[in-house]
Design a protein around this ligand. Structure first.
Ligand SMILES: *[C@@H]1O[C@H](CO)[C@@H](O)[C@H](O)[C@H]1NC(C)=O
Ligand SMILES: *[C@@H]1O[C@H](CO)[C@@H](O)[C@H](O)[C@H]1NC(C)=O
Length: 349
């Protein structure tokens, strides 16, 4: 009898302990802390004590005509590859500031990360770097949740905005249920699961993304299903470019970098982007949105719906474009020239 009780309690203890271990992410290895990676790049200290690591490129800040903060996407960093030479950036008169979003690279994790907190990280970065009262912002892929938040919370600070292949959230209230549902059903099954868990049960995201029983997420596994023909060509081109810091992207742990991105982006937002107002009501600047008709990650049907609701956004749909357009020379330059110079892109892009 006693043996049975002991065995049962041992079994229960093991199950609970397994569940606990597999649900709870390990603490991040924070940069600059005793067990963490070392800090190798410049950082600012935010008002809540967190550090943000940044990188500057292009024209020197004091000489630059245009100051741009560019926000990286999923599994990326301040070292995001931009196919523009130093000379080209100087000719354009552009200074580009990139930073590791919270939890990525050498920026401290923010367990309180939200759509809103990312906008205020950007504002504090701009102020500490003395970019002036207004600056340009460009967001790429999932990094655009920070840009929607800038439009919501700090519109008066923006000199111009470009959203590049912005990831949508199927649960934004303005989407008609039927449209959102149809698009959702077209996602690979594993990604439907991931999205649903992120939205309804964020506490299970760590377990889902680290379990070995089911295929868990196409993007983490860099699955070819996500890329169209032009993307594959871009990936081949990029494989020629040395990216010495790529190993640093996830160095503090995948939970506070990658998983937190999924939880925040596909969670419940404090506002609906499709109800935002034009920050440039006097036509002093513009908001642009670039999307690929063949983007395998973000259905163009939903993107078209977003811009239909926000007619002040100038929309470009690249007919054979995929998800990696910021890394293509012609498109990257067109995106910058339009944002900074108001120059309409040519047909060849
Ligand atoms: C890949 O590189 C070649 C050679 O530089 C270029 O002509 C081509 O446009 C690039 N393709 C993409 C999709 O970036
Ligand atoms: C706003 O500016 C653009 C050029 O930047 C121009 O094409 C457009 O007609 C202007 N719209 C209004 C309402 O003034």
């Amino acid at each position: 009898m006693l043996v049975v009780v002991a065995a049962t309690s041992l079994f229960v203890t093991s199950v609970v302990s397994y569940a606990y271990r597999s649900l709870k992410p390990p603490p991040p290895k924070v940069c600059g802390k005793p067990n963490g990676p070392s800090v190798t790049s410049p950082r600012i200290r935010l008002s809540d004590g967190r550090h943000l690591s940044y990188r500057e490129r292009g024209a020197p800040k004091d000489m630059a005509k245009y100051k741009v903060i560019l926000v990286h996407g999923f599994d990326s960093s301040k070292d995001i590859y931009l196919p523009m030479s130093q000379e080209m950036m100087e000719r354009l008169g552009v200074y580009i500031l990139t930073f590791d979003r919270a939890g990525y690279g050498e920026s401290d994790p923010n367990p309180e990360r939200s759509v809103k907190s990312e906008a205020f990280d950007i504002q504090e970065l701009a102020d500490q770097m003395q970019l002036g009262s207004k600056f340009y912002v460009i967001g790429v892929s999932i990094g655009t949740y920070a840009i929607w938040a800038c439009l919501k919370y700090i519109p008066h600070r923006l000199a111009g905005v470009s959203l590049v292949v912005p990831v949508i959230n199927f649960w934004w209230p303005s989407f008609p249920a039927k449209l959102a549902n149809e698009a959702y059903k077209k996602q690979p099954k594993r990604d439907q699961w991931k999205l649903s868990i992120a939205h309804h049960a964020p506490g299970l995201v760590y377990w889902w993304m680290t379990q070995k029983w089911f295929p868990y997420c196409s993007i983490m596994q860099r699955h070819p299903i996500l890329f169209n023909k032009r993307d594959v060509e871009t990936i081949n081109n990029m494989s020629q470019v040395p990216m010495p810091n790529e190993h640093e992207i996830r160095q503090q742990g995948v939970h506070e970098s990658l998983h937190r991105d999924i939880i925040v982006h596909f969670g419940k937002w404090e506002f609906d982007p499709m109800e935002l107002e034009n920050p440039f009501a006097n036509n002093e600047s513009s908001v642009y949105l670039w999307h690929g008709h063949e983007d395998k990650l973000v259905p163009f049907e939903l993107q078209r719906y977003v811009v239909k609701k926000l007619p002040w956004i100038r929309y470009h749909e690249v007919s054979d474009g995929g998800h990696l357009m910021i890394h293509e020379t012609g498109l990257c330059i067109a995106i910058f020239r339009e944002l900074l110079l108001g120059e309409a892109p040519t047909a060849s892009t």
